[in-house]
Design a protein around this ligand. Structure first.
Ligand code: WT7
Length: 635
């Protein structure tokens, strides 16, 4: 695969990709290893979410990530693991070693009876065994569904049931800063409320006491057996291009997270191509993506994209502030990281910790900086550029989504123009448009509208698991013939895109997507709660905070403080700690129209503290509730 190296080349390549997509993608796909080549590059219909890429081809993605690199790159480090505790030694796996480990775990899964097409839920913290599990699934064609280790038992149960998963991989517990997080016991609780799981594979990491169930198999014991058999070096299973590679759940504007399904070949081509071009990765460089593998960034740009390119990917077990706010900078210094990819919320939190944490840290190995997950604000962008990049490292602000599989709008580091707080230009193959509310394309500059994509791209969402209608409804129905992102954007006079935030009822809290309806559902489970409304408000570190307005039953006699505690606890149980409201106020009424619709616009203004900008309330059933809410919010 050839890297784009000049702006002029980008322009030529981009034009080609739009005018002759089949030819363009065929050429890129030719640099991978296929068991059988495709019949058609792009087929199917875009508007009903039935685009197919490289149809008729057969491959195994892990052979492209591992086996393919063995001859030339076998002794290079593929995965570098930095532990939570800086006094513990880091670990590394060469391509050869990673290949062997993945073959072993793949054989372990076969021994358990896992078959191609089975869904496997993975609930693990950031240890190498998580990566091995993901790749072992891909090796044998099992569909992985990784669940972020911060999600609750209820969330796990919902995801296992929705995905009809038969297998679980988990571990006794994980480390995050100074906390030990129980994982196995959370899974055990989840499994009380799911369909029957056939087997669960448990990695004993911390030697915590665990309840052993009949379904449990000990990772280390099974591994010893497989290794002793000395019969595990096997080729990857033959997978069809459009076979599902994984499911990843993400929040939307309804109460129920959707299982976004990605296919194999298109996802492979896209993550590999975008990784190489956006970060301008050069052989031998150390690349550090701080995302957790429980999110799409961890899938596409910690695991798949880098390994497809034969890169060295650094995986960090811990958190940015443990043992102190200099941890990332220590890691960059220690491992001589060249490319660093993180989220604005982390940048803001480290910026607010103070520049003293940068003292004495050698960051000169850095060449490229990346940002992902939410719009980056100017202050954070400048700090990142000056203090981390020393004004020498291009910053790529990469816009994409779980559903897009990989980066869609971003500059190519040092190659295409960059502009603070702008994601800038579409990647080759991406045709973004901005639509007004009526669905007309906005061609004027600087006018904000709804960001859509007009053409299929290889790693686009294939379906929402077991509910294709929902996929069409969510992404392809708002505007006929367009994929709708749910984001607002505008374009400057040079055609550079700037993202302005979600335009639907989805919040972005510390770079995590959370649906307001999902939080409301959780709150409404609390005894004594009658109704609730949740909105986002600007938060200095998190980007957006969660603000909940809750009506309680006056006959449910709880002290306010106890009620608030019960609500917070319920949200943690139903979703996970990441969805806990930052502010909750107990109110007697919500601003509703005569038809009963909650006027969120008003609640958003109150949450933002813009009490004088509430606007017209005359259409409300009872305008006086607004004054009551404002009085409570001011307290
Ligand atoms: C939503 C997708 C993409 C991986 C991490 C999040 C927001 C993401 C940017 C960016 C402005 C961004 C959007 C998008 N977003 N990157 N560079 N600039 N906004 O994946 O959980 O699927 O969330 O994150 O609102 O729709 P996700």
């Amino acid at each position: 695969m050839k890297r784009i190296e000049t702006f002029q080349e980008y322009q030529t390549v981009y034009a080609e990709s739009i005018n002759h997509p089949n030819q363009f993608w065929a050429e890129i796909a030719n640099s991978f290893v296929w068991k059988k080549k495709w019949d058609t590059v792009l087929s199917g219909t875009f508007e009903d979410a039935n685009s197919r890429w490289f149809d008729g081809a057969e491959l195994n993605i892990t052979e492209n990530m591992l086996d393919r690199h063995l001859a030339e790159n076998g002794d290079q480090i593929a995965l570098l693991w930095e532990p939570n505790d800086p006094t513990v030694a880091s670990k590394s796996f060469t391509y050869k070693a990673l290949h062997e480990e993945v073959c072993i775990v793949a054989e372990m899964l076969r021994t358990l009876g896992v078959k191609k097409g089975d869904r496997i839920c993975i609930y693990m913290s950031m240890v190498p065994e998580l990566v091995l599990s993901v790749l072992a699934c891909a090796r044998i064609g099992a569909i992985h569904s990784v669940i972020f280790a911060g999600f609750s038992a209820k969330s796990i149960a919902d995801r296992i049931n929705d995905a009809e998963a038969d297998f679980v991989i988990t571990m006794d517990g994980g480390l995050r800063g100074n906390k030990t997080i129980p994982l196995k016991s959370v899974v055990d609780e989840a499994l009380l409320h799911t369909r029957k799981i056939k087997k669960s594979l448990v990695f004993n990491y911390l030697h915590l006491p665990i309840d052993k169930n009949e379904r449990d198999t000990d990772w280390n014991a099974l591994k010893n057996e497989v290794v002793a058999s000395n019969h595990y070096f096997k080729p990857g299973e033959t997978i069809l291009s459009e076979d599902a590679l994984f499911i990843l759940y993400t929040s939307g504007s309804t109460g129920k997270p959707k299982g976004v399904v990605h296919s194999t070949a298109g996802y492979m081509v896209w993550t590999a191509y975008t990784f190489l071009n956006v970060f301008q990765y050069k052989k031998g460089e150390i690349y550090f993506c701080t995302a957790d593998c429980g999110w799409i960034t961890g899938h596409s740009y910690l695991i798949y994209g880098p390994l497809l390119n034969g890169a060295t990917t650094l995986m960090f077990e811990g958190i940015p502030t443990f043992p102190n706010a200099g941890r990332f900078w220590d890691i960059i210094d220690k491992h001589k990281v060249s490319i660093f990819y993180t989220a604005p919320t982390a940048i803001r939190s480290l910026m607010s910790a103070g520049d003293e944490w940068l003292a004495g840290k050698d960051l000169t190995s850095l060449r490229v900086l990346g940002s992902v997950g939410e719009p980056i604000n100017e202050e954070a962008w400048n700090w990142y550029n000056e203090k981390i990049g020393k004004e020498k490292c291009p910053i790529v602000d990469t816009f994409w989504q779980t559903e897009t599989g990989g980066i869609m709008i971003s500059s190519l580091a040092g190659v295409t123009p960059s502009k603070p707080v702008y994601a800038t230009l579409p990647l080759p193959g991406v045709l973004p448009v901005i639509l007004d509310d009526k669905g007309n394309e906005i061609t004027e500059n600087d006018l904000t509208g709804n960001l859509c994509f007009k053409q299929p791209w290889p790693s686009m969402i294939r379906t929402t698991y077991a509910d294709h209608e929902r996929c069409i409804l969510n992404y392809f129905s708002t505007y006929k013939n367009y994929y709708f992102t749910g984001d607002g954007a505008f374009r400057d006079e040079n055609g550079l895109f700037r993202l302005t935030g979600r335009v639907d009822d989805v919040l972005n809290v510390s770079g995590h997507r959370i649906g307001t309806a999902e939080v409301e559902n959780a709150i409404n489970h609390t005894p004594g709660v009658i109704e609730s409304a949740v909105v986002g408000y600007p938060h200095d570190i998190k980007g957006q905070g969660i603000y909940a307005f809750v009506i309680c039953d006056p006959n449910h006699h709880l002290q306010d403080q106890e009620q608030l505690y019960a609500i917070t606890k319920m949200v943690s149980q139903q979703i996970g700690a990441i969805a806990k409201p930052d502010k909750i106020i107990l109110v007697n009424g919500l601003p509703k129209t005569r038809s009963g619709k909650i006027m969120r616009r008003i609640l958003r203004k109150i949450a933002e503290g813009e009490f004088d900008a509430i606007g017209d309330t005359t259409t409300l059933l009872d305008p006086s509730v607004v004054q009551e809410i404002i009085a409570k919010a001011k307290k």
